[in-house]
Design a protein around this ligand. Structure first.
Ligand code: ADP
Ligand code: TPW
Length: 591
């Protein structure tokens, strides 16, 4: 591994100059100390966008052997960094210029914090003195103050000798406890500050144990096991915290040794293969209201789980608790009771918690009552058969099902491929139709349901894993980050974008009720040729109107690893408003 000495400024004296000058100490500067501090901590990739004052930082980072992935918009670089953090457990780093670049990256930082993804947004900034007196600097903004409420922690470094501490604090804050976004503010004048190379080297910190294990209390584990043992209809719910924890073997052992049906949240799909006999995804609307004890592992009872109450959970009204008891395994001690009572909180890192639960099962752990597992299996079989019937249809034009039936086969044949997914219907149908077989292979809109993660996630997924990426995109969703197909082509990444194109947001058949010349707010240009965008940068574009054409193009994309965009034409009448969350629209009839 390279060290500070690889970057020290060249000795000040060249051949022929005086001996006294030749003795001058070696120096290093802020640029190199930032790079060295990151590399010392195993961070080898920067996602960003150059400009004043960080242009040279991107150059020098690349020259020092780091992977520098330059985007066309900072938001996409930020999303890339955040998902790299989720995939690797190391903070993903996004580098932006001051004010507008910083603000462009901020959405991704806030999204990372919301989703518990470890990320560090590093932004160049203006000098304190000018910002504080509001003297009107180039791209002036009090970035630290603005970032603070949107992230886990925010730090500013003013002196080169503090860079080591600043980077160490940022890393610890991002990955310890509940992971999240961290802001690191580096004013322009920091970068050229020169200090003695040896002092610089000594100032760097290699963070020891950045995400310390947090062992759950024995009585908390016992309380959870007692509750689970007494359950008549137990259910395990795996969330993306469980995927992040990389405790795959133990989680699988816990599920299999207890014999309890489990439900994966969207990004937890694949921790165990979706085809696992205990997977209850196809019986979701049956198991949630029926279960009597639910063990949440790295999943929050937020809107994605109807806040743990209401009709989804068997409550009589939208606000009423369904009567379930909850066990919650989570690293955050304040998460429990955020929506309904948690009867058995188990606070600790998922690896340690699951290991403790496993150890406590004992040889005599009872299988769940057969009536329960049989009822789940029966409901599942019924729904799977119904879905198979729908998937077998071949309507013209294609609909979501007939297109996603192809994607389902392709992912089955390529279980290492990473699926990135956004849209409304495009999201909901992909989640339920496309089975995942391995952990951390499904990356999507997460806790906020945010549009725009598509190409940033795809770039990062390909860069971090080297595996093929399949991005299943609504046509609206794609538009948020579409220009990054240039980035995909520039870096030659094996990304296959499939746009499920129904000419608009949710669907494409709305009309302006006034008959005026403006289109309806939710529709786009009809028959838009998105594939030409990929062709413009040297990638492969395919216009596909049939499942057969889609299949052929996807197979070829995976085989060739060439950047590919398939414009899959879907019936413009296919799709419902907001996909499966229509009820969240304020005008929707309340349940
Ligand atoms: P989902 O959207 O899949 O339901 P959430 O993002 O709501 O998942 O929940 C993830 C939870 O996982 C958060 O409450 C977070 O604190 C927790 N978490 C993240 N990493 C770990 C970890 N290593 N150990 C324990 N809990 C974790
Ligand atoms: C940052 C609101 C949710 S889903 C969606 C929008 C605009 C697009 C749905 O259309 P698409 O998919 O992608 O064509 P499909 O399959 O239903 O036709 N801005 C942000 N985030 C969100 N969630 C929105 C707007 C939204």
């Amino acid at each position: 591994m390279a060290t500070v000495t690889d970057h020290v400024a060249a000795p000040q004296a060249a051949a022929g100059q005086g001996a006294a000058e030749a003795q001058m100490p070696e120096t290093t500067d802020g640029f190199h100390l930032v790079i060295d501090a990151l590399r010392l901590n195993g961070i080898d990739t920067i996602f960003g966008l150059p400009g004043i004052p960080i242009t040279d930082l991107t150059r020098k980072a690349q020259a020092a052997g780091m992977r520098v992935v330059s985007f066309r918009h900072e938001q996409n670089a930020g999303y890339a960094a955040s998902i790299a953090g989720f995939m690797t457990g190391k903070p993903g780093v996004c580098l932006t210029v001051s004010a507008p670049g910083f603000l462009n990256g901020l959405t991704a930082l806030a999204n990372a914090t919301t989703n518990c993804f470890p990320m560090i947004l590093v932004s160049g900034s203006s000098e304190r003195e000018v910002v504080d007196l509001q003297q009107g600097d180039y791209e002036e903004m009090d970035q630290l103050a603005i970032a603070k409420p949107l992230c886990k922690a925010a730090f500013r470094v003013l002196h080169a000798e503090d860079i080591g501490v600043g980077v160490a604090r940022a890393i610890r804050a991002a990955v310890s406890g509940r992971p999240g976004g961290v802001y690191l503010d580096l004013p322009a004048r920091l970068f050229p500050q020169s200090i003695d190379a040896e002092a610089g080297r000594r100032s760097l910190i290699k963070v020891v144990d950045p995400a310390p294990r947090q062992i759950p209390a024995a009585d908390a584990v016992q309380r959870a096991l007692d509750l689970l043992r007494g359950a008549r209809k137990p259910l395990i719910l795996l969330g993306k915290g469980a995927a992040y924890a990389q405790a795959d073997a133990d989680i699988r052992a816990l599920v299999e040794r207890t014999g309890i049906p489990y439900l994966p949240m969207s990004m937890a799909k694949g921790i165990l293969p979706d085809t696992h006999p205990q997977c209850a995804s196809a019986a979701r609307s049956f198991v949630l209201p029926e279960a009597d004890v639910v063990m949440l592992v790295g999943a929050r009872l937020n809107w994605l789980l109807s806040h743990g109450k209401g009709k989804t959970w068997g409550g009589k009204s939208s606000k009423e608790w369904g009567g379930q008891k909850f066990i919650q395994v989570d690293i955050s001690p304040t998460e429990a009771d955020s929506n309904v009572r948690i009867d058995a909180p188990v606070v600790g890192d998922i690896g340690s918690c699951v290991a403790a639960l496993l150890a406590g099962l004992g040889a005599d752990w009872p299988r769940p009552p057969a009536e329960w597992t049989a009822a789940v299996a029966e409901r599942k079989a019924k729904n799977v058969a119904k879905m198979a019937e729908t998937l077998a249809k071949d309507p013209a034009p294609m609909n979501f099902h007939s297109a996603l039936n192809v994607v389902r086969d392709i992912v089955k044949a390529n279980p290492d491929a990473i699926v990135v997914n956004e849209g409304a219907n495009a999201l909901d149908f992909t989640r339920s139709i496309v089975d995942m077989y391995k952990p951390r292979k499904r990356l999507d809109v997460g806790t906020w349901g945010v549009m725009g993660i598509g190409m940033g996630f795809s770039v990062a997924a390909a860069v971090v894993s080297g595996q093929p990426v399949i991005a299943i995109e609504g046509d609206s969703a794609f538009g948020f980050s579409g220009m990054e197909v240039e980035t995909i082509c520039r870096y030659g990444l094996p990304v296959c974008v499939v746009i499920l194109n129904n000419n608009g947001v949710y669907r494409g058949d709305e009309v302006n009720p006034t008959g005026g010349r403006d289109p309806a707010p939710l529709v786009f240009v009809k028959d838009a040729r998105y594939e030409k965008l990929m062709e413009a940068f040297g990638g492969v574009g395919v216009y596909a109107t049939t499942p057969a054409a889609l299949r052929q193009a996807m197979e070829e994309a995976i085989r060739s690893r060439r950047p590919t965009l398939i414009n899959a034409i879907i019936d413009e009448k296919a799709g419902t408003e907001s996909g499966r969350i229509t009820a969240l629209n304020p005008t929707a009839k309340k349940k």
